[in-house]
Write a protein that binds this ligand. Structure first.
Ligand code: GLU
Length: 471
């Protein structure tokens, strides 16, 4: 039978890279096995679940190219299913109403002085009906154990004694996560539960509930390894850049991010780590996922993105740059797509994220270059005489030489020789004068694209700012 998988985010924030990895693994299994991927929004916790997060999650999944086959289904619209399941459990004696407050439960635990903490089953046989402040609890068996068969972790055995009679539903009819999660998986005939490791402690309860509901063949589980940062700490919303949307904004390509996410806990056979989606679909197996925490390495992700950017065709690169160029720091009317297209292949070789592109080409589209103070200090101020001499000579030599990169190269090489500098050293003041910065795309192509007059105007401007030669 073709597998049925689900990605079931709680809409409490942006799509987290850890959730995106879970979505991807579900997607890979569904694609590989000809299965179905369901998108289910777990928004029963109405105070925290927000509609705008739902839109963000769906659009991030679409941007990543992780489409789903069924849904999105919203748990907030399925409350009657949970209420029906709760009633059935209650009638079968698998659940009961409890009126204990948190304080009472804690006080009794203290009085017991040891033993398992948590709820002690006080209301189990009191035959209470529903009422204000009452919660419906699951009657966990006292004896025996439940074994979770996990494709990644093997068998995980939990003694029933260690599982308290957990809450299924609040007095106001709000289902708890575990009830809605199990009822939906059963109703949606989910065959594979692929989710983060933090849910493993819920899984014995999940299975007890599943069986009590007589839900049929049990799903297969795969709990994915935790993601940690470079300090081996769990990735956190506050500390680490975890929102998929922020990667989109910085100019990561979805294919690069997807490829990188696939490697967080899994590795393909063979050497290369750069894989197309087809290759991932063909090779991915949950059984091969490593249970130990996976390090989210930003430098590696950035490097990956650079590899993907360089692999784009020239047209595709220009296309990918568009949203970033539209937000460029120049007056919109000064942007010249032809000039950009000429520089684009040079830029493509040098950037790892698309958000760095405007800063490499802005000198072409600004009226005047924006001078980086550090570059000015290092190149112009430290040795103003040499800088001025180079600029003087360039201003003169660039007056009537043919305006093409190879000629500009040759002419500048002659200047370097005359001044007694290596070419790279002689280029520096010209680059700072024309582009405002010490680094950027290759200089002579940049000069060619900018044009003779603007280049000479900027050289003269920098000379003036330097106070003229010899000062
Ligand atoms: N809604 C849960 C979460 O966002 C996922 C539950 C599941 O996958 O079973 O963590």
């Amino acid at each position: 039978m073709a597998p049925r998988l689900r990605f079931a985010p709680s809409p409490t924030g942006f799509l987290h890279v850890g959730s995106a990895r879970a979505a991807l693994y579900n997607w890979l299994v569904a694609r590989r096995e000809g299965g179905t991927l369901i998108l289910r929004i777990e928004d029963t916790d109405t105070e925290r679940g927000r509609e705008e997060w739902v839109d963000g999650i769906c659009s991030s999944l679409e941007w990543l190219g992780l489409g789903w086959d069924e849904g999105p289904f919203f748990q907030s619209k399925r409350r009657s299913l949970y209420a029906d399941a709760a009633a059935r459990l209650r009638e079968a004696g698998s659940a009961y109403w409890c009126e204990c407050t948190k304080n009472q439960i804690e006080a009794r635990a203290r009085a017991r002085g040891g033993g398992p903490p948590g709820y002690d089953g006080y209301c189990r046989d009191r035959g209470l009906g529903p009422g204000p402040g009452r919660a419906l609890r699951f009657r966990t068996p006292d004896e025996g154990s439940t074994t979770v068969h996990d494709l990644i972790r093997g068998e995980v055995v939990v003694e029933h004694r260690a599982i308290e009679d957990f809450v299924l539903m609040r007095a106001n009819g709000d289902p708890l996560f575990i009830l809605a999660n199990v009822v939906d998986d059963a109703d949606m005939a989910v065959s594979h539960v692929v989710r983060g490791e933090e849910h493993l402690p819920n899984t014995p309860k999940y299975l007890l509930l599943w069986r009590a509901l007589g839900a049929g063949p049990e799903p297969v589980f795969a709990h994915l390894p935790l993601l940690v940062n470079e300090q081996r700490q769990k990735l956190s919303k506050r500390r680490d850049p975890v929102a998929v949307e922020s990667y989109k904004e910085q100019g990561y390509l979805p294919d690069a991010l997807v490829n990188y996410l696939a490697l967080l806990g899994w590795g393909p056979e063979g050497e290369g780590e750069v894989l197309s989606r087809e290759e991932m679909v063909a090779q991915f197996r949950l059984e091969d996922v490593n249970p130990s925490p996976a390090q989210f390495d930003l430098a590696k992700l950035r490097h990956f993105n650079g590899v993907y950017l360089r692999a784009l065709s020239a047209e595709a690169f220009v296309q990918a740059c568009q949203p970033f160029l539209e937000r460029g720091p120049w007056p919109a009317e000064r942007f010249d797509p032809k000039a950009f297209a000429r520089l684009a292949p040079l830029v493509q070789e040098r950037v790892d994220v698309l958000s760095a592109v405007p800063g490499m080409v802005d000198f072409v589209f600004r009226e005047e270059p924006e001078v980086d103070p550090d570059s000015w200090e290092r190149v112009m101020v430290r040795d103003p005489d040499t800088a001025a001499e180079v600029l003087e000579r360039a201003l003169h030599a660039y007056e009537d030489c043919p305006w093409e990169a190879p000629t500009l190269h040759a002419v500048t090489l002659t200047i370097a020789e005359e001044v007694g500098l290596k070419l790279a050293k002689a280029q520096a003041p010209i680059r700072v004068a024309v582009t405002g910065r010490r680094v950027g795309p290759p200089l002579f192509e940049s000069l060619e694209v900018l044009g003779r007059d603007p280049v000479r105007r900027r050289l003269a401007g920098a000379l003036e700012r330097l106070g003229g030669p010899g000062e």
